[in-house]
Ligand binder design. Structure first.
Ligand code: HEM
Length: 523
């Protein structure tokens, strides 16, 4: 209908058009609103820490090289003490200053106490070992058992005579060696026996020879293979859509290895249950860690299966042996390349211990210079230079930057240990710097964190530190060492940061040989 040339839309028609328009507009508006909320959230998340340019798919993996702790240290000089990177598709933050380390390990400790769970430990132990399990009742329980029952002062005290025996056995072995000594091999044998006797009451090779399972299931080589697999860079962990291809065979190998490990460990557990049955259940007779774990499993409130026990035992060997062995080898390497420092420690040993006995753990308290040598070694050569990666269990802010959910956090303690703004002449091996300083290695001083800090700090710290100090002290108290002039302290990055060339040296006695006999070693 037309009135004065104008078209009048009937009311009913215009109303239905309005309805039509609004029914189209409303969803569009809602979509816009949703999109803008998502974009806004994303924009807020874009306040990521500074980051170098990245490549598609690889992210920043190509920047890591063969010594990631060096490369990350160099990058942090350009991009700052908190960097954002992507390893494949995995978001990563790297902290390279004490302040950033403190924010992650102390201020936001609860958020960052999570771990990534890569394919190898998942296949080996279902990530039910202590190193890879997530914070929660189970992890809390096994950590508490470890801290109080395995590494508590009473338990360490009880194991002290055994440790002294094993250190003495190592020294005798070195004294009797007709030729040069492969120091790492000797240290490895001693530390693995100490850990093994603490964990299951016997040496690892005794487990192998008593094994009723397939004789090819030798626990020593199985554990070594586990450590090797854990140290591999598995592409599938960083580029998840390639994981199904298992390009390096990590998943396949770790599944097969897990079956063998389970059989051998189960045998150890079954034998122990039979022994416990014979001797009756009496917690006062718990002699080693396996006893402790089995009684915890028997208690109603504990959720610890045999498979869990196997995983925890494997962890003790994996985490405890290499770390101590390699720390001692680094310290010896530094002393051999600094004869004046070596002389000063040996003078201290002569004054405190004399030449009529071995060094005991209680002597270490009176040896500030030896303790400073160990700290200085751990500053320059932390065996886990990036700690073990932590993971953010929720989106959070660190130092004003947004950290995405599930970002892995690496703390570059190697870079912190060599930072010239913290340490005077940082590349020099100079134990004196610790003589008038209260800085120690126990996780309270964020400039020196060889054992980490906070919830995930090393539970074996006291045992590890004692072993390092006592074994090192005895190695240089009992022997003078001669090595090739070309002894090099070059690093090799792997599951732990080792010397590229193991120390091979000639040991000559500097104390009377009879003190190596137990009955003559009286304080
Ligand atoms: C010199 C010797 C040692 C050093 C330098 C060392 C260092 C470390 C470091 C840096 C961490 C990771 C901390 C973090 O993620 O922030 C760690 C974790 C761990 N260490 Fe040690 N460690 C040593 C000896 C030992 C020993 C002797 C044992 C046991 C027998 C042990 C068992 C463990 C375990 C089970 C964890 C995982 C803890 C968890 O994730 O909750 N460590 N250690």
């Amino acid at each position: 209908m037309a009135v004065d040339g104008a078209t009048i839309i009937p009311v009913s028609h215009s109303y239905s058009s309005l309805l039509l328009i609004s029914s189209l507009l409303l969803p569009a508006l809602l979509v816009c609103l949703l999109l803008s909320t998502i974009l806004l959230r994303k924009a807020r998340l874009r306040q990521l820490p500074p980051s170098p340019p990245s490549l598609p798919l690889l992210g920043h993996l190509h920047l890591l090289g063969t010594s990631p702790h060096h490369s990350l240290s160099e990058l942090s000089k350009r991009y700052g003490p908190l960097m954002y990177l992507r390893f494949g598709s995995i978001p990563v933050v790297v902290a390279s200053s004490p302040a950033m380390a403190r924010l992650i390990l102390q201020t936001h400790d609860q958020i960052f106490a999570w771990r990534a769970q890569p394919a190898v430990p998942m296949n080996l132990y279902g990530c039910k070992d202590m190193l890879f399990s997530q914070p929660g009742p189970y992890w809390k329980l096994i950590r508490q058992i470890c801290v109080t029952d395995l590494f508590g002062s009473k338990r360490l005290e009880a194991h002290r005579p055994m440790i002294v025996d094993e250190v003495r056995a190592m020294l005798c072995d070195i004294a009797d060696a007709p030729d040069k000594v492969h120091v790492r091999a000797k240290l490895y044998a001693a530390t693995s026996t100490i850990i093994s006797r603490m964990a299951i009451g016997k040496r690892l090779d005794e487990v192998a020879t008593q094994s009723q399972a397939d004789p090819s299931y030798n626990i020593v080589s199985l554990l070594l293979e586990a450590i090797h697999l854990l140290g591999l860079f598995n592409v599938g962990d960083y580029v998840p859509w390639l994981a199904w291809m298992d390009l390096q065979g990590c998943a396949r190998k770790s599944k097969a290895l897990s079956q063998k490990l389970q059989r051998v460990w189960q045998e150890v557990i079954d034998v122990r249950r039979r022994e416990q049955h014979h001797r009756g259940h009496n917690t006062s007779q718990e002699v080693d860690f396996l006893d402790v774990l089995l009684s915890a499993a028997d208690r109603n409130d504990a959720q610890i299966s045999d498979h869990n026990i196997q995983s925890i035992l494997s962890d003790m060997y994996g985490a405890g042996i290499d770390t101590s062995t390699i720390s001692i080898e680094w310290a010896l390497g530094e002393l051999l390349t600094h004869p004046l420092i070596m002389k000063r420690v040996q003078d201290e040993l002569d004054a405190v211990v004399g030449s009529s006995r071995l060094v005991h753990e209680s002597d270490i308290r009176q040896m500030p210079y030896l303790r400073a040598v160990v700290k200085e070694t751990m500053r320059l050569h932390p065996v886990l230079p990036l700690l073990v990666p932590h993971m953010a269990s929720q989106q959070c802010q660190v130092s004003g930057f947004d950290i995405p959910l599930n970002a892995q956090a690496y703390i570059n303690i190697w870079a912190i240990g060599r930072d010239p703004t913290i340490w005077d002449r940082p590349l020099e091996f100079c134990p004196e710097r610790f003589l008038d300083s209260n800085i120690d290695v126990r996780g309270q001083h964020f400039e020196l964190l060889p054992f980490g800090s906070g919830r995930r700090a090393c539970p074996g710290m006291i045992l590890g530190l004692n072993n390092v100090q006592v074994m090192l002290a005895n190695l240089i108290h009992v022997f003078d060492w001669t090595v090739e002039d070309s002894l090099s302290l070059t690093e090799k990055f792997g599951i732990v940061l080792t010397l590229a060339d193991p120390i091979i040296g000639k040991a000559s006695l500097r104390v009377p040989k009879h003190i190596l006999k137990a009955e003559n070693d009286v304080k």
